[in-house]
Write a protein that binds this ligand. Structure first.
Ligand code: GLU
Length: 506
């Protein structure tokens, strides 16, 4: 097998979309699996769409996701530079070769001429039928062309796409895709500013960088016939990379392509990290800032279009590298099920060491100016670890460990706060102060003793005890919660509830 050399080739036109992270991931997995090379190439030939900060964002996102670059921007390598704008002088010769051999041509049409052509022929594409009506080296004489070139007239170089020819693309995911060349227009290869377009630069660089596999989103499939023609005309057919066009990411309901608008509407992130749009100043919150762990995001993304063919769902990066094959990528669009992403996050939080989470909680408490011992933070982690989806939940769902409730859910009170509850809680409050230290087992034994002596079922008043202590109707293990709070606090909270809710049964 040919040495595996893959590239992730984003354009720095804004924040890296989560779909781009998946593309990078699949490239990376293939590279690692075959001891190949993962290349990062920045495709910045479209100066009009360049967004400052986007390249840096791409680098930071990949690094957070754990996708390591072997060669490319930020790393260097034998084919440097890896930023296409810095390779500008290199592309010209290939365009020239195409022109010299009759596979490409100069086109001098002005913007307004193109405009009138489009008006005259709606949906027109610049192809064999239009070519003959425009200002280019087909319609102008050799002298006219030479004269225009020497007088510095603006021009572009277009590929001369043959009419009615079958172009075959061997796609590793889709099989053979056959496109009639009449559907392909004479794409611009060199722009009037001397910059190559994406198509030319992409093919030239893939060839020069010895890329073995082009793994990219399905939206690039329509460009593939053009690329195949370019390989043919440049005489590089035998070095042509293998293509793999990845399935689209669909909205959670499966209806249509996932967009940032959908994600915003449904309240989930679409970018790996926070991104502030430099033009509008608008902040889009990232997966990281929403509390997703990079391992969870990677595991989730790996399954968007690929599956291992087994029941196993939890895969570390190394396990993914081991299991990954392009053959197991499906053709069908992959539903972006954000709940599944949350499930993965939950699973990964559970695998985190208590110590790491304890430090995390400890730091968040410090930010809130809340005092807490490491020992207490650790106990909170233990009791809540199985319940949280995001690290911030430890604080957000565990506030009651630090702040006594001041209000109680009216509806539950109306339903469950009764004489029995008052009798049990009053007795429990009086006796609990005698237990020192208050362990979860002691708290439970005492509760059972009190309810038994009053002839009331524990189950009947448990929710009211929880509510007195946490303010809510559900939460982590109640006896452990009381142990963490300690008996003076438990006594105080029950006292407050009894006092506040006294009138309810009067
Ligand atoms: N620059 C293209 C992009 O932004 C790369 C497409 C490809 O991988 O060929 O996605």
């Amino acid at each position: 097998m040919r040495e595996v050399r893959v590239r992730f080739a984003p354009s720095p036109t804004g924040a890296l979309h989560i779909g781009g992270v998946r593309t990078a991931l699949y490239n990376y997995l293939l590279a690692r699996k075959h001891n190949g090379t993962m290349i990062l190439r920045i495709e910045d030939t479209d100066q009009g769409r360049y967004v400052p900060g986007a390249e840096d964002y791409i680098l930071r996102s990949l690094s957070w996701a754990g996708i390591k670059i072997d060669e490319g921007v930020g790393v260097g390598g034998p084919h440097a530079p890896y930023r296409q704008s810095e390779r500008k002088p290199l592309y010209r010769q290939y365009a020239q070769k195409l022109v010299d051999e009759g596979n490409a041509y100069y086109a001098f049409d002005t913007e307004s001429e193109l405009e009138s052509m489009r008006k005259a022929t709606p949906n027109a594409q610049y192809d064999g039928t239009i070519r003959v009506k425009m200002n280019n080296s087909f319609t102008l004489s050799a002298e006219e062309v030479a004269q225009k070139l020497s007088s510095g007239d603006k021009y572009v170089i277009r590929l001369k796409v043959p009419g009615n020819e079958e172009v075959r693309i061997q796609d590793l995911i889709r099989g053979e895709v056959i496109v009639n060349s009449s559907q392909v227009d004479d794409k611009v290869l060199m722009k009037s500013d001397g910059m190559p377009t994406y198509h030319l630069a992409n093919v030239v660089d893939d060839y020069l960088m010895k890329i073995s596999h082009v793994i990219r989103g399905e939206e690039w499939l329509p460009s593939a016939p053009l690329h195949v023609l370019l390989y043919k005309y440049l005489g590089w057919e035998k070095d042509m990379p293998q293509f793999a066009h990845l399935p689209l990411l669909l909205k959670p309901d499966g209806n249509g392509k996932l967009s940032k608008r959908d994600a915003d509407k449904m309240g989930f992130p679409i970018f790996p990290l926070n991104w502030t749009d430099p033009a509008s100043g608008e902040l889009a919150k990232g997966f990281r800032e929403n509390g997703y762990l990079p391992e969870a995001m990677i595991n989730f993304l790996a399954f968007l279009g690929w599956n291992p063919g087994t029941e196993q769902e939890i895969f570390s990066m190394d396990q993914l590298i081991d299991a990954f094959t392009l053959e197991r990528i499906g053709k069908a669009g992959a539903r972006f099920d954000i709940q599944k992403a949350q499930w993965f996050n939950q699973q990964y939080i559970r695998t985190k060491a208590d110590e790491e989470l304890t430090v995390y909680l400890f730091d968040s408490l410090q930010k809130e100016n809340i005092e807490c011992t490491l020992e207490k933070a650790h106990k909170i982690i233990t009791v809540m670890k199985e319940r949280v989806t995001f690290p911030q939940d430890f604080w957000e769902q565990g506030k009651f460990f630090f702040i006594a409730p001041t209000a109680f859910d009216e509806q539950i009170v109306a339903k469950k706060w009764n004489d029995d509850a008052v009798r049990v809680l009053s007795a429990y409050k009086n006796e609990i102060k005698l237990i020192n230290p208050l362990t979860a087992t002691a708290a439970k034994d005492l509760l059972e003793k009190v309810t038994a002596s009053l002839g009331i079922k524990t189950g009947q008043i448990l929710q009211m005890l929880r509510m007195s202590i946490t303010g809510g109707a559900s939460g982590p293990d109640l006896m452990m919660t009381m142990e963490i709070l300690g008996n003076p606090e438990v006594e105080k909270r029950i006292g407050y509830a009894l006092e506040t809710l006294k009138v309810k049964i009067a």
